[in-house]
Design a protein around this ligand. Sequence first.
Ligand code: SF4
Ligand code: SF4
Ligand code: FES
Length: 349
Amino acid sequence: MGTTGPGAAGSGSTKRHFRVWRGDPAGGRLEDYQVEVNEGEVVLDVIHRLQATQAPDLACRWNCKAGKCGSCSMEVNGMPRLGCMTRMSTFTETETVTVTPLRTFPVVRDLVTDVSFNYAKAMEMPAFAPPADLSPGDYRMQQVDVERSQEFRKCIECFLCQNTCHVVRDHEENKRAFAGPRLFIRAAELDMHPLDARGDRKEQAQAAQGLGYCNITKCCTEVCPEHIKITDNAIIPMKERVIDRRYDPIVWLGRKILRRDQLASASGARPAAPGPVVHVSESPAPFVPAGVAWHSPEPSPAAAPVGGDGRLPVTELTLDRSGASSPFGDDVTFPLPVDQLRYQPPSSS
Ligand code: SF4
Ligand code: SF4
Ligand code: FES
């Protein structure tokens, strides 16, 4: 064996115990491996060594090995992580390292999952709508506005946040009605964009993206490798603006006495430039491109709980930390307990 390349073990190497989920949509199991690990390596290095030495057919998606392509998302010892950014020094020398696929998406094979749910949700999202009174090249933004959305543009689409969110993690039935934190930051970015001519981002987020399903557990923020403050800087501000819009007595009165077009102009929304900038139906009914299959038959979307006054509870908005308990059962706590480190394809659970 040489001293370089994925199969190589260096001089300071130790043998470590890995458990890796192997299987396909029909089922699978955790397989045990004893594998060399060198100083400074990451979990993806060890997966590559397994492929080079013991498991040439082990499927794993990766690309950049630099934390920038978002391909190598997996669950390591019950924590959603990027394999290429998880140092082996995170674990003690005697610790078993268990690697399983993302739980929320259907498995294709071994560690590779079908994340097309996220792309379908992205296609439902109305695109940036430039104002009709400006031509490309005439757009001007304040630096403060640029910086506000810059944080959200750091997203590498690893979908760790989507995988972590308990609203869809074990609830296939919610996937129709819930776009997830990655799309909430996109909605927030466009809602904060001074040149976006659509005035209904908040309504879209609430009615078509399922913003109300989020109970601000902040799990998505905790796993984001780009350290985007998904809940504090995107979801909570969007929820607050939805509430402002819905319960502001002046807006309520305006709804009663103004026509829709008058209301839009009163809200400051600018007319959008004509052209194919919106690639989605205006209807809140989800758009599903051909070929995208959710794991289970379509259920009715679960209705958000409303009080006797017909309103959503807003207590979560007054808290500076996790919100009320979830209507979808217990929130998931990460990392998962050691005795729960297993994986079942969602379709078989
Ligand atoms: S805060 Fe919690 S419920 Fe809301 S999107 Fe993030 S993970 Fe999901
Ligand atoms: S917001 Fe963070 S966790 Fe979610 S997809 Fe983007 S980079 Fe990944
Ligand atoms: S391989 Fe690109 S983020 Fe890990």
